[in-house]
Design a protein around this ligand. Structure first.
Ligand code: HEC
Length: 269
């Protein structure tokens, strides 16, 4: 409880800052507020929830996720998320964090894939989904390490090239491409800063900060959620969870963000 009150206070302070002209003179007022919020990030609470879920015996097969291989060997989490997406021989696919979780939760634990996908993105102000908590816990074990997405496997390289193509491609009734909102510095929609992802710093911010606590929703959100939200802004059909479209874009963005130091949960508006 103390924690929540603290963040409300800080939120108040951040709003004042955002309105103060002197803050504008110091540069980006919103990013200052965001930095202050980072110091008391409620998303931290989801890490423990994810850790419990990871070690609990669950699902029809009643096993934990301790045998899940995120690319560094069974159960080895240190630095694993920093290298995702990557190619996995056992599925012969490039997988991002969330598709890898789906793989392990279905193959090892026996959960139903469709049900997992249905529950993956939680309602705002809920306790969050299992996948949201697990994704945050697994990623948090790369905190302090550098993003290091490799393209040495041909399928990784192809996924990266597909992501690059999709990032620049215009589509749908509004003829929007990612690049129109995220291809220039200092762009905003309403009061929201748009991350400049064709710059190294912008791509690094993305690669290092997801899953993130989303203040407006009071829950932790994952990259799959974020991409779906942008696809919605582009008025494209809903993004199907953990399909190649999103894995390609994440491969592209994370690779562009190589060498960023991971720090999750991020804190987003
Ligand atoms: C119509 C404008 C628009 C388009 C087009 C768009 N986005 Fe976004 N994007 C946004 C907004 C708005 C935010 C959230 C900003 C905020 O909450 O402060 C955002 C945030 C993001 C973020 C999170 C940045 C961070 O804070 O780390 C990612 C990643 C992202 N977009 C990727 C994409 C990709 C990939 C595409 C193309 C498939 C895309 N966006 C297309 C408007 C757009």
């Amino acid at each position: 409880m103390k924690r929540m009150r603290g963040s409300n206070l800080i939120l108040g302070a951040a709003l004042c800052l955002a309105m103060a002209p002197s803050a504008l003179a110091q540069g980006n007022d919103l990013s200052i507020g965001r930095k202050m919020l980072m110091e008391d990030n409620p998303g931290e609470l989801w890490i423990d929830q994810g850790k419990d879920l990871f070690h609990q015996k669950r699902g029809p097969k009643n096993v934990s996720l301790e045998q899940c291989d995120f690319g560094m060997g069974s159960g080895k989490l240190e630095g694993a998320a920093a290298r995702l997406p990557r190619y996995f021989a056992d599925t012969d696919r490039v997988e991002d964090l969330e598709s890898r979780l789906l793989t392990c939760m279905t193959r090892l634990q026996g959960f139903d894939r469709n049900q997992l996908i249905k529950d993956a993105i939680s309602a705002p102000a809920s306790r969050g989904s299992d996948i949201e908590a697990l994704a945050l816990y697994v990623t948090s074990r790369s905190n302090g390490m550098k993003v290091n997405v490799s393209l040495s496997h041909k399928k990784e390289f192809d996924m990266y090239k597909a992501g690059e193509y999709l990032f620049y491609r215009r589509s749908g009734q509004t003829d929007f491409g990612c690049v129109q909102c995220h291809g220039e510095a200092d762009k905003r929609i309403r009061l929201q800063d748009l991350v400049h992802m064709t710059s190294k710093a912008g791509a690094q911010e993305v690669a290092a900060s997801w899953p993130a606590y989303r203040g407006a929703h009071y829950v932790v959100r994952t990259m799959q959620w974020r991409l779906n939200d942008c696809v919605w802004q582009m008025r494209l059909p809903d993004l199907k969870y953990a399909t190649d479209y999103s894995i390609a874009l994440t491969t592209y963005l994370n690779r562009q963000g190589n060498d960023a130091v991971m720090q999750v949960p991020g804190f987003k508006r």
